[in-house]
Ligand binder design. Structure first.
Ligand SMILES: [Zn+2]
Length: 94
């Protein structure tokens, strides 16, 4: 039986290694801009997070993305990830 090789990456929140497709890639561009990278092809320093509410919330509360990417991470990134997995944020709506 042939096994397909899939890229495996590690979630910065739970530390589990997962199929890359099951993770969000968040990238810091050379200009210092942080964005989600749905294609996995953007240049820059990347961090991976499970497509899971618990991991996203953990990263948000503990500021893991900012630590990992060594740059301030806008709250919008987390809101965007939560909305992509179909979760509402607990944050106050403006
Ligand atoms: Zn995780």
């Amino acid at each position: 039986m042939k096994q397909r090789k899939v890229p495996i990456r590690k979630c910065i929140a739970c530390g589990n290694t997962q199929d890359k497709r099951e993770l969000f890639r968040i990238v810091r561009s050379p200009e210092g801009e942080v964005s989600l990278d749905p294609t996995g092809k953007k240049n820059g320093r990347g961090a991976y997070l499970s497509k899971d509410k618990a991991c996203i919330e953990k990263a948000r509360k503990k500021n893991l993305l900012a630590k990992h990417l060594n740059v301030d991470v806008d709250e919008r990134i987390f809101i965007e990830m939560l909305s992509l997995i179909g979760e509402e944020t607990n944050g106050e709506q403006q």
